[in-house]
Design a binder for this molecule. Structure first.
Ligand code: ADP
Length: 267
């Protein structure tokens, strides 16, 4: 609580009274804290790849590396870290646009089977590199009202995580269903499940937080920014949907997104 006092005087400067203002500033302070924590996190996340780029470039410029193989491996690190920086910056910009509502929704009917089929084709190349079987089960002749670009980002983020956190030779399933909920509203559920490393129970409530990673080393190794799921959650909410997760260590993880078939204002 914040207390402010103001002395009230009559026109002849004589004492009239005191005005006290007692304000609950908890919400404001919390927002301020979140903001400065976010800036601190962003700076930390950006510093790591910048330090790597600078360090390896300095070593190369110093001329101490004479054999070509080592020099090339240093250049590869510089390239990979620049790519990471790129991903980080674009994720941070996406998130800040979504959070400050500068990303208007462009709802239009999406033909479910052709949209998801083409998206799965894109992901197949990535999955094949790890010999992961990518299985899709998508209904025909269904239209979903959504912002196509944002829906694609939701699915690509979930599918890339499923592929990243699954060992070579594993399996990733992508299942789309339409159903009626208890109130009789038409819904579409999108389930992405994998046979990967799983998420410990204690971490499950936190994985949608910005920059939260179960295993920092593993996430960095797979090129992750720690922002993917946070972006997904926001985009799902912009579609008035929900997201849930179930996971078992060393068995696998399953994310389910539930979206209304039609957006309210358009019905
Ligand atoms: P990242 O860029 O690190 O993947 P995300 O926000 O996408 O960030 O995910 C947050 C964390 O949740 C990841 O670091 C990882 O530990 C965990 N995670 C996300 N998806 C999966 C999955 N399919 N299997 C296992 N762990 C996952």
């Amino acid at each position: 609580l914040q207390l402010d006092g103001l002395l009230m005087q009559n026109e002849d400067q004589s004492y009239m009274g005191m005005l006290f203002l007692l304000q609950d500033v908890t919400a404001y302070r919390r927002l301020e804290n979140m903001r400065s924590e976010f800036v601190a996190n962003v700076s930390h996340e950006l510093k790591t790849p910048v330090a790597a780029v600078k360090g390896f470039a300095e070593t190369l410029l110093g001329g101490g590396v004479t054999d070509e193989k080592t020099a090339r491996s240093f250049l590869q690190i510089i390239y990979d870290e620049s790519e990471r920086l790129n991903r980080l910056i674009s994720d941070i910009l996406d998130l800040s646009k979504i959070e400050s509502k500068r990303s208007p929704m462009d709802f239009a009917p999406v033909h479910v089977s052709s949209f998801f089929a083409s998206m799965l084709e894109t992901m197949r190349t990535v999955a094949q590199k790890k010999r992961i079987t990518l299985h899709g089960d998508i209904p025909d002749e269904l239209f979903l009202e959504a912002d196509e670009d944002k829906l694609r980002q939701i699915c690509i983020n979930l599918l890339s995580n499923a592929v990243s956190y699954t060992q070579d030779g594993g399996r990733v399933e992508f299942i789309v269903r339409d159903k009626l909920d208890e109130e009789g509203n038409e819904k579409v559920t999108i389930t992405v499940s994998d046979t990967g490393i799983g998420i410990p129970r204690k971490d499950l409530p936190r994985i949608f937080e910005r920059f939260y990673r179960v295993d920092k080393a593993r996430s960095r190794g797979s090129g992750g920014t720690g922002l993917g799921l946070s972006i997904v959650k926001h985009l799902v909410e912009l579609h008035h949907g929900t997201i849930s997760v179930e996971s078992e260590l060393s068995i696998g993880t399953s994310f389910t997104v539930e979206l209304p078939l039609m957006q309210e204002s358009e019905m």
